[in-house]
Design a protein around this ligand. Structure first.
Ligand SMILES: C[S@@+](CC[C@H](N)C(=O)[O-])C[C@H]1O[C@@H](n2cnc3c(N)ncnc32)[C@H](O)[C@@H]1O
Length: 325
């Protein structure tokens, strides 16, 4: 997925006044106006890039003249984002919404028109922009659609848009069954999501002194913090870009169900980077448990970084590996 939607958002100069940018990303048009733009971004790698570009990251506060919304993958998250963007717009404010056609950008325009917004649209590349006056539209039905909620009767809290937010991931479940009950010391979970695997480690292995749950998605971190709260100081939910590393030789063990997507689409190199980061983060002799979709090849990356590699299990969809540094 390219950045055509980002280009469309900044194709015309920003009007005077305060600007809110939801699901923000760095762009020259943003840099030029950064002193009056509030950027909202929950994905740590992009939040870090915005901070490096000198952009202020904060929650929306007060009234704005312009709201920019860059659509993401999840419909409920997008609708909640649009509701927030409208709620903070002054009565004469302008909304700009852009997204890739592949994520249904035209359907949001249709929904916004049904709410009563009037405006114009433009397409470029594989993306679409809708610009509309705030008017009197009431997005009541969309407010809070991204709020955390209980996952059935599991006792866990998840939120729309978070990885496997409406289920327990079958790969993580398979991996959990292979965590030894006598695991001890300090453990890292790389890409912890809402915390199923982290919880399984802490519940199964009481001798684990502390588990650091690293996760890039702020919405997942909010769920993680709640799901791991019963473990007190044994668990830390860390909003962190794992690709930047987790320190050197700090952990006795690690668990990972590596991602092969980021918010913009498939990214297979990311999972391989997770393996290298896990290896760097483990103490000599440290142990790794990894689960991966069958169609993804991790054997070579594991063998390059670890002294011992064993396949512990496989089913129709997943493979579980053990590796020792
Ligand atoms: C396959 S999921 C595993 C989820 C979780 N371990 C579980 O128990 O189901 C991979 C997770 O990695 C996260 N992730 C992706 N890129 C990341 C990055 N650069 N840094 C940290 N976490 C990342 C995703 O948001 C996702 O929650």
């Amino acid at each position: 997925m390219d950045d055509a939607d980002l280009e469309l958002l900044f194709a015309d100069p920003l009007p005077a006044g305060r600007v809110l940018f939801m699901n923000a990303a760095p762009h020259a048009g943003l840099a030029a106006a950064k002193d009056r733009v509030t950027c909202v971004q929950g994905w740590k790698p992009v939040a870090d890039a915005l901070a490096r570009a000198g952009c202020a990251l904060a929650a929306a506060e007060g009234i704005y003249a312009t709201s920019l919304v860059r659509l993401g993958r999840n419909r409920d998250v997008n609708r909640a984002m649009l509701a927030r963007a409208l709620d903070v717009l002054g009565p004469k404010g302008t909304l700009r919404v852009a997204g890739p056609n592949a994520l249904g950008a035209a359907s949001y325009e249709k929904d916004l028109k049904k709410l009563g917004l009037e405006g114009r649209s433009r397409s470029k590349g594989k993306a679409r922009l809708f610009v509309a006056a705030r008017g009197k539209a009431d997005p009541a039905a969309w407010r809070g659609l991204d709020a955390p909620r209980e996952l059935g009767s599991t006792g866990f809290v998840t939120a729309p848009g978070v990885f496997a937010w409406d289920r327990i991931d079958a790969g993580s479940q398979l991996l959990a069954g292979h965590i030894p009950a006598d695991l001890s010391g300090v453990v890292a979970d790389l890409g912890a999501g809402w915390g199923y695997l982290a919880d399984a480690v802490l519940a199964r292995a009481p001798a684990v002194e502390r588990l650091d749950a690293f996760e890039a998605d702020a919405a997942a971190i909010a769920c993680l913090a709640r799901n791991l709260a019963p473990y007190g100081a044994r668990a830390r939910a860390l909003w962190h870009d794992v690709a930047t590393g987790i320190g050197r030789e700090s952990y006795d063990s690690a668990v990972v169900n590596p991602p092969f997507h980021d918010p913009r689409g498939e990214n297979r190199a990311l999972g391989l980077r997770f393996v290298a980061v896990a290896a760097d983060g483990l103490k000599p002799g440290g142990r790794l448990w990894l689960v991966a979709n069958r169609h993804l090849a991790y054997e070579t990356a594991l063998s390059e970084k670890f002294g011992e590699v064993r396949r512990l299990a496989e089913d129709a969809a997943f493979k579980v590996y053990f590796a020792r540094k």
